[in-house]
Design a protein around this ligand. Structure first.
Ligand code: 5GP
Length: 190
């Protein structure tokens, strides 16, 4: 997606040489117009795929998943929670996920009320790095007896193992921008 790549080039910043900061359009401030077109791009990539539900993970996946839902006939969007709180349904699917940016393991939960056997679930997230978050979400969908029909990623770090991990899970992956390297302190696309 050219517009997205241009935005990454003009507005993205490299942190410590391995984290791409895109806080001003994806991870903190949101560029709603761009995200609307990101949602449409996912619908083009997954054209013909029947989607009953979209699953993402808080927080940055939520806006993207909602924008995608607009282009898939408004299926419900469910976001996996990263923290246990009093209002979280204790009857939940649960998985441990290693956080690339925080370098710790945390629990990801989805209430059993919101994923059901037989549902066709499209998973959406902002970044794919080593695939831990994606694998966790795929695991949760399968715990529910539902079917992960695809993974839509806004920005894939193609030089990490995420794609391999997702493919080993047997799930189709579509990324709108694939980064090849951060060589020379700048972003290079595949
Ligand atoms: P993974 O689980 O694939 O290793 O990492 C994916 C998660 O880590 C994403 O949901 C995102 O929150 C975060 N992440 C990984 N790499 C980057 C990065 O370069 N920039 C940003 N902003 N987030 C990243």
């Amino acid at each position: 997606m050219n517009e997205l790549k241009q935005k990454i080039l003009t507005d993205g910043r490299l942190l410590d040489g391995y984290i791409l900061k895109v806080d001003n359009f994806l991870n903190h401030q949101l560029d709603v117009g761009l995200l609307e077109r990101v949602g449409a791009a996912f619908a083009e990539r997954f054209v013909g795929v029947k989607v009953d539900k979209i699953l993402t993970i808080e927080a940055s996946g939520i806006a993207v998943a909602c924008m995608a839902a607009r282009h898939f006939g408004y299926p419900p969007v469910v976001f996996a929670k990263k923290t246990q709180s009093l209002n979280m349904d204790p009857d939940a699917y649960e998985v441990d996920v290693f956080s690339y940016t925080k370098q710790t393991t945390y629990k990801v939960r989805v209430s059993r009320r919101y994923l059901s056997a037989g549902e066709r679930v499209l998973i959406i997230d902002d970044f794919l790095a080593n695939g831990h978050a994606a694998r966790g979400l795929i695991d949760i969908v399968r715990q529910a007896g539902a079917e992960p029909v695809g993974l839509g990623i806004v920005i894939e770090k193609g030089f990490q193992d995420g794609r391999k991990v997702v493919e080993e899970c047997g799930v189709r992956i579509e990324s709108l921008a694939i980064l090849e390297s951060f060589d020379g302190g700048k972003v290079n696309f595949a």
